[in-house]
Write a protein that binds this ligand. Structure first.
Ligand code: ATR
Length: 282
């Protein structure tokens, strides 16, 4: 697509940003839909994040995605927050509004939920407790998505217990959340309806998640937010046992949809072609 003077421009702010799949992902949609627009990498070091975000309206950008390590800084810097960003405490999508103000959104919970809908359409949130391993930023978005889905209980299992306790407290009073000590992680699986890995364990070059699956019921859906490799050791083992598994690539693809729609004015679709195209770039 040759750009005109009226092109809509968005991008992704991160540091480093060279590994981000977002330019490829949004670039595919821009080309597919013939949109006069561009989506560019925006390498912004941590000490420049404030001026970079404040410059978005002055530069005429439609907005941007925000990735590691800027999601919490973006949360503090925008003018208003959507309910998901407020609850997760991080912003991954900024939309420049017509009056030049900055709206911070978080679409990670949406992406997680849509990926499950795609990959495990038969999963019933009411089927049993959901076990979430990890308590970092990704776990926050997953926890919000699962509570909104109506799981009867959310079990948080993290190597460092204090972080899980902190996440549980941040999710607010009156929500069905239990922190399970790391030593008891295997028994937390007993009657689970869903198991989610939100840690970096299982990523290429790292050890697999240290979680014995012997006690996992055969119908429990198992998913991972790691997508390099697509079939992590956890998913491989669960699949070999006959459990339904959902890989993490779809979360990346689906979390991009609301931003693209806000910046470029069209609701994009996650298709097998898009999945193949992004996979080729991994
Ligand atoms: P993100 O924001 O992307 O989720 P993070 O904040 O660095 O990343 O969190 C990484 C998660 O992986 C944490 O829950 C971390 O556990 P700790 O809170 O105990 O650090 C978890 N993690 C990292 N390495 C791990 C390991 N070897 N075994 C178990 N959990 C691990």
């Amino acid at each position: 697509m040759i750009l005109s003077g009226k092109s809509r421009i968005a991008g992704v702010m991160g540091w480093p940003v060279g590994h981000s799949r977002s330019p490829r992902l949004h670039g595919f949609w821009l080309q597919q839909y013939g949109i006069d627009g561009a989506y560019v990498p925006l390498p912004v070091p941590p000490d420049r994040i404030e001026p970079a975000i404040r410059a978005l309206p002055a530069l005429g950008l439609a907005g941007c995605n925000v990735t590691v390590p800027h999601k919490e800084a973006a949360f503090r810097l925008v003018d208003l927050l959507d309910p998901a960003a407020k609850r997760i405490g991080a912003v991954n999508t900024i939309v420049v509004r017509p009056d030049g103000s900055l709206e911070g959104r978080n679409t990670d919970a949406f992406g997680f939920r849509e990926n499950l809908r795609d990959g495990a359409p038969a999963w019933d949130p009411a089927a049993g407790p959901a076990v979430v391993v990890g308590a970092g930023g990704a776990a926050r978005a997953v926890a919000v998505a699962l509570l909104d889905s109506g799981v009867p209980e959310l079990r948080l299992v993290n190597r460092t217990r204090a972080r899980a306790e902190e996440l549980a407290a941040d999710l607010g009073p009156g929500v069905p959340v239990r922190v399970i000590p790391w030593e008891w992680r295997a028994s937390a699986l007993a009657d689970a309806g869903l198991l989610v890995n939100t840690t970096t364990q299982g990523m290429a070059g790292q050890a697999g998640l240290d979680l014995p699956l012997a006690g996992l019921p055969p119908a429990t859906v198992v998913t991972d937010i790691v997508y390099t490799p697509l079939l992590t050791p956890l998913l491989k083992e669960a699949k070999a046992r006959g459990n339904p598994v959902v890989d993490g690539l779809g979360m990346l693809l689906h979390q991009a949809r609301p931003g693209f729609q806000a910046w470029f004015g069209l609701a994009p679709k996650v298709t097998p072609e898009l999945r193949r195209f992004v996979l080729e770039g991994l």
